[in-house]
Design a protein around this ligand. Structure first.
Ligand code: NBP
Length: 478
């Protein structure tokens, strides 16, 4: 046996990961259900490093040094279970199965438990950055046991992206499914970021009256400031692109129905179960659904809206500057919500996730990589128990300065009939959190009225019920 690591599942992600390991000097065993793919990888890229191709699962396992490290890169869901069932009987105690697919974290918990009982480490690992990342350096989020990370960490860190300060974008996130959970939240935050950027574009187009090429310039300039990020950078590229067939801006010839593979939906479903408001992610998922609701949109097309003319000149420029503020503040809110979700899951599942370390490994390799993440890393490094990013002094000051323009942008959007669910929900969350009193007191009164659900008082301990159907006197119920 000579291979330090093995990859089974050689579609685009698996092949690129295997090549990344080989290019970093590791001997990599490679296997795929359909053996032609294994051969194709060797034919095309065999010269890039040391590959050990295997036709059968037995030969694949036999080529791995112990403890064996076997990465599964197959379609998430049933195929992952099928591959585990195929390989687990061939492994020994202490060996590791690393699932690099986009598994649901509850599947990972189930698989980890089952394999742990057989003495096998199961390492659910989030891998972000798409096929380019897999080849040139992804952000890697491994879960599983501490022990498995000792044997696996150095290998994964060697192929991971590097943050601007040179740190590998890979860290042990926490036990069992912590890695896949954090990857899911990463994708949710990605949805929210993309929605906020889309709203900023829509406002610059509809309210400021800018053409796509000009908006591309605006995004380019934003990318030199605090919004500096991969998503802002590619937004400028997409907006500056002209469709070859029609000569029109590319963004105008693309059908306006956004698709989704489901990780955003998983994030929202899970957040509902954990009772954590992730309205930024929720609105982003809903906005994609709305865009794809062709029938509903056709039925609603004639509904009246405001007839505001676009702004012009300095007014438009001033508005564009305010949109940057609104985008930034909304982004801080959606990241704050994402981190709250990670914190809640950590408490629920006993994961003890280091919030600053998560920000650290998202600084490179992944889709939401951004200068901003170093600020989040630093905020949690300064106070690991920070209850919300909005309580960090630096972020609080920035959002505080942005709040007036942010309100102005949301109000203008409403007046012009431009939908900004992301900006609006983020602002509502901000106002909800900072409110001295919330109307939830009234909600509690209603619940007590119709369901005797009881309430607590501001002035005394205990649980109370008012006899709404009787003399409306109050009784203590605990
Ligand atoms: P796919 O998700 O398209 O999966 C194709 C691979 O799964 C092939 O190697 C195929 O083998 C294998 N496979 C299937 Br399907 N059923 C199998 C079974 N029952 N037994 C054994 N092998 C089976 O590949 P991908 O796009 O490279 O993604 C791999 C994983 O990485 C997925 O979980 C994906 O969600 C995740 N991921 C993808 C990206 C991305 O940007 N694409 C990013 C991050 C994570 P065959 O060749 O014999 O059919």
């Amino acid at each position: 046996a000579t291979a330090q690591i093995g990859v089974t599942g050689l579609a685009v992600m698996g092949s690129n990961l295997a090549r990344n390991f080989a290019r970093h000097g590791h001997t990599v065993a490679v296997h795929n259900r359909t053996t032609a793919k294994t051969q194709a990888l060797i034919d095309e890229h065999g010269h890039e490093g040391n590959f050990v191709p295997a036709e059968s699962p037995e030969a694949f396992v036999a080529s791995l040094v112990k403890p064996r490290r076997l990465i599964i890169m197959v379609k998430a869901g049933d195929p992952t279970d099928a591959v585990i069932d195929e390989f687990a009987p061939l492994l020994d105690e202490g060996d590791m199965i690393i699932d690099g697919g986009n598994a649901h974290f509850l599947d990972t918990r189930r698989r980890e438990k089952a394999l742990r009982e057989r003495g096998i480490h199961f390492v659910g690992t989030g891998i972000s950055g798409g096929e380019e990342g897999a080849l040139h350096g992804p952000s890697i989020m491994p879960g599983g046991s501490e022990e498995s990370y000792k044997a696996l960490g150095p290998l994964l860190e060697s192929i991971a992206a590097k943050a601007p300060d040179g740190t590998p974008c890979c860290t042990h996130i926490g036990p069992d499914a912590a890695g896949h959970f954090v990857k899911m939240v990463h994708n949710g935050i990605e949805y929210a970021d993309m929605q906020l950027i889309a709203e900023a574009y829509d406002l610059l187009r509809t309210v400021a009256g800018y053409e796509p090429a000009r908006i591309a310039e605006v995004f380019r300039s934003w990318n030199t400031g605090r919004l500096d990020s991969y998503l802002i950078e590619i937004t400028a590229e997409v907006l500056a692109h002209t469709d070859a067939a029609t000569g029109r801006p590319f963004v105008d010839v693309v059908a306006d129905a956004a698709e989704q593979k489901g990780t955003g939906r998983w994030t929202v479903q899970t957040a509902l179960d954990l009772g954590v408001p992730v309205s930024g992610i929720g609105e982003a998922v809903f906005a994609r659904s709305l865009s794809g609701s062709t029938g509903l949109r056709a039925a609603a097309r004639g509904l009246p809206g405001p007839e505001g003319a676009a702004l012009s000149g300095e007014e438009a420029e001033a508005f564009a500057a305010r949109v940057e503020e609104a985008l930034y503040a909304s982004k801080v809110v959606s990241y704050a919500q994402g981190w709250n979700m990670i914190g809640a899951a950590g408490a629920e599942y006993g994961w003890d996730i280091d919030p600053g370390a998560v920000a650290g490994i998202w600084r490179g390799g992944c889709i939401i990589r951004a200068a901003f993440l170093d600020r989040i890393r630093a905020a949690f490094a300064a106070d690991p128990a920070l209850p919300t990013l909005l309580a960090d002094k630096g972020f609080a000051e920035e959002v505080g300065r942005a709040q007036e323009p942010w309100r102005e942008v949301v109000a203008t959007a409403v007046r012009h009939g431009v939908p900004t669910p992301g900006f609006s929900a983020a602002l509502a969350y901000y106002d909800g959190l900072r409110a001295e009193r919330l109307p939830a007191a009234l909600t509690q009164g209603q619940r007590d009225f119709f369901g005797a659900h009881t309430y607590r008082r501001t002035d005394r301990e205990g649980s109370f019920h008012t006899l709404w159907g009787g003399d409306r006197s109050e009784e203590r119920t605990d």
